[in-house]
Ligand binder design. Structure first.
Ligand code: FES
Ligand SMILES: [Fe+2]
Length: 369
């Protein structure tokens, strides 16, 4: 089996956030960063979202430094050339026909309060789209972001690394299943297995921190290594919580995590209570993220970890994640698409509880979590 790439200068392919939606209001230009490059994101006055490589094809000015949006065009700060929504130069201040020149677009998708840009080391076009969460009836997403040292696959690995929830978050979780499928992984957590939430426990509010009597579950979907979307449903309470955590490799070893949270409460007071619940959940999650970051910022990725009985399905996730690393597939002569299909076919369903017992339903992953 090939090992997980750990060199932090290798960027994975996929969708990664380059901005929060509210950072790119109509008429505004925002410079995000992805895989060692700036990405200029802007929204036209009519609300069309565009992302482009930053340098003007005329004489190379950076559009994110002094550029402006004029109606449906973006105007370069250096000689004032205007570029339309399709990227082509539509006007110059010279009163002459514009040159045949065009900005280079970056594919973008806006969903759940985030702007995702596509990155592919070979420049290939997107072959899949990230999963989006329902927004109907949910509060407007609240956002939070933080940067730190780290590795691109820290986020997805963190989700299924059941062994760290006790020591790092003072919490226990019950991971029900982990199912890779193409560029996605679906992870289900049984909420009644959440015996203690560290945030409440540390404040002496043990009862609030226990979800033992709550019937509900949390469904997580990883869309590539950059995005984890979660939908938590507690039907008895009429509560739903939608959260997207997304990690962007900005530069070698430097990650930016963006998190959006929105809630929906089906009750007479729901509309009034949901924003407060969103803020509470964001506060608790922010605290957890900082706990993770303390570890991520100071750890060294271990290429061949010594996995123990009781660990989560770490090796399953690492095998799945290989499809996003260009050179790993190039070595084996596979296209990312072929590799994704082949690995999905070999994927297994794994059940792992915080009690350390693990069950593997397919022999492909036996002894490798
Ligand atoms: S460099 Fe952009 S218009 Fe000249
Ligand atoms: Fe964590």
């Amino acid at each position: 089996m090939k090992s997980m790439p750990t060199a932090t200068h290798r960027y994975p392919n996929g969708w990664f956030p380059v901005a929060c939606g509210d950072e790119v209001t109509p008429g505004r230009i925002f410079t995000g960063r992805l895989a060692g490059e700036d990405v200029v994101v802007y929204r036209t006055r009519r609300g069309r979202l565009r992302a482009v490589h930053p340098y003007c094809p005329h004489l190379g000015a950076h559009l994110g430094h002094g550029g402006r949006v004029d109606g449906e065009t973006i105007v370069c700060p250096f000689h004032g050339f205007s570029f339309g929504p399709a990227g082509n130069c539509v006007r110059t201040p010279y009163g002459q026909p514009p040159p045949r020149a065009s900005l280079t677009h970056v594919p973008v998708i806006e969903a759940n309060g985030l702007v995702f840009a596509w990155h592919h080391e070979s420049g290939a076009a997107p072959t899949w789209e990230p999963v989006t969460l329902p927004s109907e009836g949910f509060t407007k997403p609240t956002t939070f972001q933080i940067t730190s040292a780290g590795h691109p696959h820290d986020l997805v690995e963190n989700l299924i690394d059941v062994g760290h929830f006790g020591p790092v978050h003072n919490t226990k979780i019950n991971l029900v299943s982990t199912v890779p499928e193409g560029p996605f992984v679906k992870v289900v957590v049984d909420l009644s297995g959440v015996e203690e939430l560290g945030f409440f426990k540390e404040r002496g509010l043990h009862r609030l921190g226990s979800l033992k009597e709550v019937r509900g579950q949390a469904e997580f979907t990883c869309s590539g290594v950059g995005i984890v979307s979660s939908l938590v449903s507690v039907p008895e309470l009429g509560v739903q919580l939608a959260q997207v955590a997304a990690l962007t490799p900005e530069d070698p070893g430097r990650m930016r995590l963006r998190l959006t949270t929105s809630t929906r409460i089906e009750s007479r007071m729901g509309a009034a209570l949901a924003p407060a619940l969103s803020l509470l959940v964001r506060f608790i999650t922010k605290r957890q993220v900082k706990q993770d970051y303390e570890i991520w910022a100071n750890r060294r990725p271990v290429e061949r970890p010594k996995i123990a009985t009781g660990d989560g399905p770490i090796m399953l996730i690492r095998r799945w994640a290989q499809q996003f690393y260009e050179s790993a597939d190039a070595e084996a002569g596979n296209t990312p698409e072929r590799a994704g299909t082949r690995r999905a076919a070999a994927a297994t369903i794994t059940s792992t509880g915080s009690n350390g017992r693990a069950r593997h339903d397919a022999p492909a992953a036996r002894n490798e979590r």
